[in-house]
Design a protein around this ligand. Structure first.
Ligand SMILES: *Cc1c(COP(=O)(O)O)cnc(C)c1O
Length: 466
């Protein structure tokens, strides 16, 4: 054995203890770290001929990179839609790497059982019926990819074409209809060979990001019976608007379409009696995409896809080989997902779901929404800022009053980054440049909203009012 490898093996406990101590130190100071430290440009490292061993490598990492690591897992990183990691999820994630199991074979590990079990608990969390099966994928982009692949296969089946077998060329164009889909939908359609232009945007209701049902029905009528895919959006990134999913599902009585729901983070509205009405109708979907690394607060590399049509899923993703065994009624995950070998991605979610339960997630969701509304109230009462959309759930979409141009807002966001207490990202809402604060972190408290408000006012005083 290589001497460095041998030495690290002999001192494994020391190496892991150092990693643990570093983690504890990082997490203890997370709330006070600059949320977005703006690291310098790093020179790439050179592959050493003789390795350094883990200890020296760790020292080098600390010295060069650690201070540039973002506080994105902390309570005031409101950019994009970025969750953190609960203590139980972190334990699950560490152990995932420790065990380094593939979730392939139920005969050689409990790993696949853990994944099925986690999917079952998530089904309960989202109020989905047993007709939905599911798997873990790397994020909501891949969960949407799987759902749309299923839709593509279903459309083919209606027209007598097996797309998985004969390719999309045998089927021709597939129309996808949606009101305000997430940008990753276009990416998924590109990867699926259906093309970005297969997505026909349907008008939304006035001042809303929810699809206009009459416009959708007209678009469906124009297809003249040709089956298509309809994407229902359960939580848009700017204003967390929801399509009327029940009404979308009802349209299936008269029109032939695959009903896919993107509930990446909005699906978590189902956790709370106060907001679950927003997800009514989600269970009727043929496929659903939800993100784990957002409101579930598990580390990155976690999305979930659900479907009522597992058989179609094996048509697409099956991977048969003599050494891989047979395709049964309870297919292995590699017959269901884009990847073959996969880490035990479910374990952080499994730990966190058992550790905090339905109540734990209800509390996180409700607290985040209440705090988003609190920030919204401060904004509405101020003369410096104004809301661009009502705070429907957990995102505050706002802009500066007066003639705040996009470059001016960009300066304001830069000033906030220099300040280091809070991180927001820019957006454009209904043609108006603005910014957004998305609250999905389990740590965020009222104190953080106070700090955020102070930081926003200070930045505005420097940039807007100067
Ligand atoms: C975040 C998000 C996605 C994409 O998720 P990734 O995890 O970044 O792949 C898709 N749809 C919606 C509504 C989202 O918020």
């Amino acid at each position: 054995m290589n001497p460095q490898l041998q030495n690290d093996l002999e001192h494994l406990e020391q190496a892991l203890t150092a990693a643990c101590e570093q983690s504890v130190e990082f997490l203890k100071t997370l709330a006070d770290r600059p949320v977005s430290p703006r690291p310098p440009v790093f020179e790439p490292d050179t592959l050493p001929a003789e390795g350094w061993g883990v200890r020296k490598t760790f020292d080098f990492f600390r010295e060069k990179y650690l201070s540039g690591i973002s506080g994105s897992a902390g309570p005031r990183y409101f950019g994009f839609v970025t969750g953190g990691t609960t203590p139980a999820a972190l334990v699950g994630d560490w152990l995932t790497s420790t065990f380094d199991n593939n979730t392939a074979d139920k005969d050689d590990s409990s790993a696949p059982y853990l994944e099925r079990s986690a999917i079952g608990m998530l089904r309960d969390l989202f109020g989905l019926s047993d007709s939905h099966s599911g798997t873990f994928v790397s994020g909501a982009t891949m969960a949407n990819f799987v759902g749309l692949a299923l839709g593509r296969q279903w459309v083919g089946k209606q027209l007598g074409v097996d797309v998985a077998q004969d390719g999309l060329a045998a089927l021709g164009p597939v129309t996808v209809l949606s009101g305000a889909p997430h940008s990753c939908t276009f990416k998924a359609l590109s990867m699926l060979g259906m093309g970005r232009s297969s997505l026909k945007l349907v008008p939304c209701l006035p001042e809303r990001e929810a699809v206009d049902l009459h416009a959708l029905e007209t678009a469906l009528q124009e297809l003249d019976g040709r089956p298509c895919i309809v994407i229902g959006n359960a939580g848009t990134v700017n204003s967390v608007d929801f399509d009327d999913l029940e009404a979308l599902a009802r349209l299936k009585v008269d029109y032939s379409f695959w009903f896919h729901v993107d509930g990446a983070f909005g699906g978590f509205a189902a956790c709370s009696d106060r907001f679950s009405h927003l997800t009514n109708g989600m269970d009727a979907a043929d496929s659903i995409a939800i993100d784990g690394h957002k409101w579930l607060n598990v580390p990155y590399d976690c999305g979930m896809q659900f479907t009522r049509h597992q058989k179609l899923q094996t048509d697409i993703f099956q991977n048969r080989a003599a050494y891989l065994g047979f395709l049964t009624d309870e297919p292995e995950f590699f017959h269901l997902t884009p990847e073959n070998s996969r880490r035990l991605r479910a374990l952080p979610a499994w730990f966190s779901l058992l550790a905090y339960g339905q109540e734990g997630y209800r509390e996180i969701v409700e607290r985040n929404v209440d705090l988003a509304r609190l920030l919204g109230e401060k904004i509405e009462a101020s003369t410096t800022f104004r809301l661009l959309a009502p705070v429907r759930l957990n995102v505050v979409c706002f802009t500066a009053t007066g003639s705040a141009t996009a470059p001016r807002l960009q300066e304001l966001l830069e000033e906030l980054r220099r300040d280091g207490r809070v991180y927001l990202t820019p957006t454009v809402y209904q043609g108006t440049p603005g910014m957004r604060a998305a609250l999905v972190n389990w740590r965020t408290s009222q104190h953080d909203i106070d700090i955020t408000w102070q930081a926003l006012q200070a930045a505005a005083a420097t940039i807007i009012q100067s």
